[in-house]
Design a protein around this ligand. Structure first.
Ligand SMILES: [Zn+2]
Ligand SMILES: [Zn+2]
Length: 392
């Protein structure tokens, strides 16, 4: 059995990549500041015979490996950035950078792809071009967009791209796939309500933005309840509402910040239209002026059927049906790999970081989170086999 032979070869040497993951974890870097991490990635890829390109999208790195005369090309992407979170706990490899932490497991994704890179270079049998894409700034700053703008897919054409993310709450090493929309679009909306302030005892001389804001918060809830078709997905969260300081003063201004999510373009457009209409007209009805600042965030992540089927089959062959979910639930979180999937077919999958009740179940972006090193072996094996199968 080639799969188990390969599994042994990787697992016997996976200790190197557990160490490497912990080293990256101890030295987390914020979006577009991944200088140490990208230098480490570039050095390793170079040692293993990859043609290395640095500085794509700021701190992005691409390692290219060509074999044979085949024209097929495959992209596999890992993200490298950390979060502005102060790490909790006393593990040996805890962050040495105060206030910065690998709380989303991108240290693990990078280590997985490096482990795969090494064994692909040494042992993989393929015909074509493999592009390993190490991306900066996944956490909200749009590193994928910057790499694409820097000519990622012109300089490194890919017939398909794949990426994975660890997922707490799912059994460690379980592979979850999904065809179609898998992660939501995520837009930010900032609303300013300009009223007329004054004495709290004389409201009739004022235009109170707090009353308008209160009404707007409630009106916004009707978008999901009354405008979005019941079988479609949408989220409108008012995450911040600020106004006033004293009990006896009517504030002149109120501000609100919203997070708006959808799983398809139509619903995303509907949310945008309704937010403008409701905010402007509600505000006008209270004689308050509204300014709505809509900022496009990440787009909907859509996995293509053929590539998802191929990746699912690789996981089934390697790990069997009990460790594979072929059609998981979509999520309302977002992910900038979506922009790569707008350009090139491909698939984004999840690998369980640990079932509920286990240490790996602590959710990402939590100060107590840690990536589960047990994933490095199966997930790197998965990339290895995917590369071989795709570039047959
Ligand atoms: Zn994250
Ligand atoms: Zn993440």
């Amino acid at each position: 059995m080639q799969a188990s032979y390969l599994g042994q070869a990787i697992s016997s040497r996976v200790g190197e990549f557990i160490e490497l993951r912990r080293d990256i974890h101890a030295h987390p870097e914020l979006p577009f500041e991944e200088h140490r991490t990208s230098a480490l990635v570039a050095r390793k890829l170079g040692e293993w015979g990859y043609e290395v390109t640095c500085g794509l999208g700021g701190t992005g790195v691409v390692g290219r490996l060509k074999r044979g005369e085949g024209h097929r090309s495959l992209g596999i992407r890992a993200d490298m950035d950390a979060l502005p979170i102060a790490e909790e706990g006393s593990r040996e490899w805890r962050s040495r950078h105060p206030g910065v932490m690998h709380a989303c497991g991108h240290d693990g994704h990078t280590a997985i792809l490096l482990a795969a890179a090494k064994y692909i270079a040494r042992q993989a049998d393929f015909n074509g071009t493999l592009n390993l894409i190490f991306q900066p700034a996944e956490e909200g700053a749009g590193g994928a967009v910057k790499m694409i703008a820097d000519g990622l897919f012109e300089r490194f054409p890919c017939d398909a791209v794949f990426a994975l993310h660890n997922m707490p709450g799912i059994e460690a090493g379980k592979f979850v796939f999904r065809t179609g929309p898998a992660m939501a679009s995520s837009d930010d909306v900032f609303i300013t309500l300009e009223g007329v302030g004054g004495h709290g005892a004389m409201p009739h001389t004022c235009a109170d933005p707090i009353v308008a804001a209160s009404s707007i918060v409630m009106a916004l809830q009707t978008i999901v309840a009354r405008n979005v078709p019941p079988l479609r997905t949408a989220v409108v969260t008012v995450g911040a509402l600020h106004a006033g300081q004293a009990n006896n003063v009517i504030a002149p201004q109120a501000t609100m910040a919203l997070s708006v999510r959808a799983l398809d373009r139509e619903v995303r457009d509907l949310l945008k239209a309704r937010i403008f209409e409701l905010v402007e007209q509600q505000a006008a009805s209270y004689r308050v002026k509204a300014r709505v600042d809509w900022r496009d965030g990440y787009t909907v992540l859509v996995n293509t059927p053929r590539e998802t089927a191929l990746a699912t089959q690789v996981a089934l062959d390697l790990f069997g049906p009990e460790r594979v979910v072929a059609q998981g639930e979509p999520m309302t979180a977002s992910e900038d790999f979506a922009f790569m999937l707008e350009k090139v077919p491909g698939s984004y999958l999840q690998v369980g970081n640990g079932a509920a009740g286990s240490p790996g179940a602590c959710m990402v972006h939590n100060p107590a989170y840690d990536f589960n090193d047990d994933l490095i072996e199966p997930a790197s094996r998965f990339w290895f086999k995917l590369a071989e199968n795709f570039l047959k």
